[in-house]
Design a protein around this ligand. Structure first.
Ligand SMILES: Cc1cc2nc3c(=O)[nH]c(=O)nc-3n(C[C@H](O)[C@H](O)[C@H](O)COP(=O)(O)OP(=O)(O)OC[C@H]3O[C@@H](n4cnc5c(N)ncnc54)[C@H](O)[C@@H]3O)c2cc1C
Length: 409
């Protein structure tokens, strides 16, 4: 073995860790991956509803929460979506794009995990399973990496232990935050993100299970916090769906501080004020002997209609002719401003990512620790989180590629 060959330990065999290990080994390093689970890439195998949304062709730094947008831009320029597609092509993974969202043509996330795993084997990377990183000690020119099953000596360490988000089975327990803190890094407060919310509204039950293309806007008092369009899902105790998850990144801190955040759901997002007003006037012309539930049956989903009538304390069988015009207007306007009072988020277990983490202020451009540049921190552990749509995996590949190559030098 060449004297210059770097011995690198990668703690965490998820998306970022496997990418870093492949890149470091391709650059000639001797790499060992320590993985707490008994398999590699458990969370990766669950991504994109099992299809793995690898990256997104519509990308720039604005898709991320990062303390430095300029650095995010530079990182994406170093290794962006096209590089990701080429990287996976080199592993035998052919990709396809659906309006910019990139998936493997197999539409199976497990094929992505297996391709990375096979490349690690081909490159002679040693993978140790059931090995939980406990601590890292800098000894002279080397590092002593302590795990649940033994000690590893190396020249560089890459910490890629992920976040707190995802199902229990992914073992996402956030070990890295504690370990990095002990090494002297600043850890920004963490919160679940890309997550749904529980609401304080007890009358939501009849609408449970409804999915509707809508616009959802979140407010604190009169202030509009954020707005998203897409398929909103109503649950028995809350709201979810992609638009709610996207918005969660902007409101999670306020919700955690118990601020009175509320959401207004617009079920007629394609209508402007005038056209919706005309629509209401047309509906008012149908004010005859039919019941209110009959009138609403063509206006909204029956479960939502039931919820709105319950909320307005109106009997579904009430004759429309017995309801005043102003009251009818009020009923219709609910379809533009259906209010939900946000109680709390659905928690780390239900979240796709964690916002917060290792401060960018402690990390050099190659993802090494500013105070000890033989230690690298990558992936979701870092205080960077992206929108839903392939952006978080892209950051895992980007940080893995940059750190893996830098560590091997
Ligand atoms: C259900 C779900 C679906 C998602 N879908 C998408 C998607 O389609 N597109 C997208 O861009 N993003 C998606 N994400 C987010 C994406 O999966 C993560 O951002 C990404 O996996 C982060 O990569 P990572 O390597 O930093 O962490 P992880 O992939 O979580 O990997 C961390 C690894 O470290 C191991 N580990 C933890 N602690 C230790 C320790 N002490 N010692 C050793 N090993 C340890 C873990 O077992 C794990 O294997 C999804 C997330 C979830 C939960």
């Amino acid at each position: 073995m060449s004297k210059d060959k770097k011995r690198i330990v990668v703690a965490g065999g998820g998306a970022a860790g496997m990418c870093a290990a492949v890149c470091a080994a391709r650059s000639g390093a001797e790499v060992t991956v320590l993985e707490k689970n008994n398999i590699l890439g458990k969370k990766l195998s669950m991504t994109g509803n099992g299809r793995c949304n690898l990256t997104n062709l519509k990308i720039d730094d604005s898709f991320y929460n990062a303390a430095s947008r300029a650095r995010m831009k530079t990182w994406l320029e170093k290794f962006g979506p096209l590089d990701t597609i080429e990287f996976f092509r080199s592993l035998g993974i052919v990709t396809m794009s659906e309006e910019g969202y990139v998936y493997p043509v197999s539409e199976q996330a497990i094929s992505v995990v297996k391709a990375l795993e096979n490349e690690l084997i081909r490159l002679g990377v040693s993978v140790v399973y059931n090995s939980q990183l406990k601590s890292i000690e800098h000894k002279d020119a080397t590092y002593s990496v302590k795990t649940s099953e033994g000690l590893y000596e190396c020249d560089k360490v890459i910490i890629a232990t992920g976040s707190l988000s995802g199902a229990k089975t992914t073992m996402s327990t956030g070990d890295g935050y504690y370990i990095c803190k002990k090494l002297g890094m600043n850890v920004k407060d963490t919160f679940p993100a890309l997550v749904g919310f529980k609401t304080a509204d007890e009358d939501i039950m009849p609408a449970a299970g409804v999915r509707s293309n809508a616009e959802i806007s979140f407010y604190l008092g009169e202030e509009l916090l954020t707005s998203e369009k897409g398929e909103v899902q109503l649950l028995s105790d809350g709201i979810s769906g992609i638009p709610v998850m996207q918005a969660s990144r902007d409101i999670i801190r306020l919700v955690s501080e118990n601020k009175l955040v509320y959401a207004l759901l617009d079920l007629y997002p394609e209508y402007d004020e005038d056209s919706f007003d005309r629509l209401i006037n047309e509906m008012l012309r149908l004010r005859d002997n039919r019941s209110i539930v009959e009138l609403l049956s063509g206006f909204g989903n029956s479960n939502i209609n039931e919820m709105i009538l319950k909320r307005m304390k109106l009997s579904p069988t009430m004759k429309v002719s017995n309801i005043s015009e102003s009251m009818l207007r009020c009923i219709f306007e609910n379809y533009r401003k259906l209010k939900f009072n946000i109680k709390e988020c659905s928690g780390y277990l239900q979240s796709q990512v964690t916002t917060g983490g290792i401060s960018l202020g402690d990390i050099n451009d190659d993802f090494s620790f500013e105070k000890d540049d033989g230690i690298y921190v990558i992936g979701e552990l870092v205080d960077v989180d992206g929108r839903c749509g392939g952006y978080n995996l892209q950051f895992a590949w980007t940080s893995g590629y940059i750190a893996g190559n830098a560590a091997a030098i």
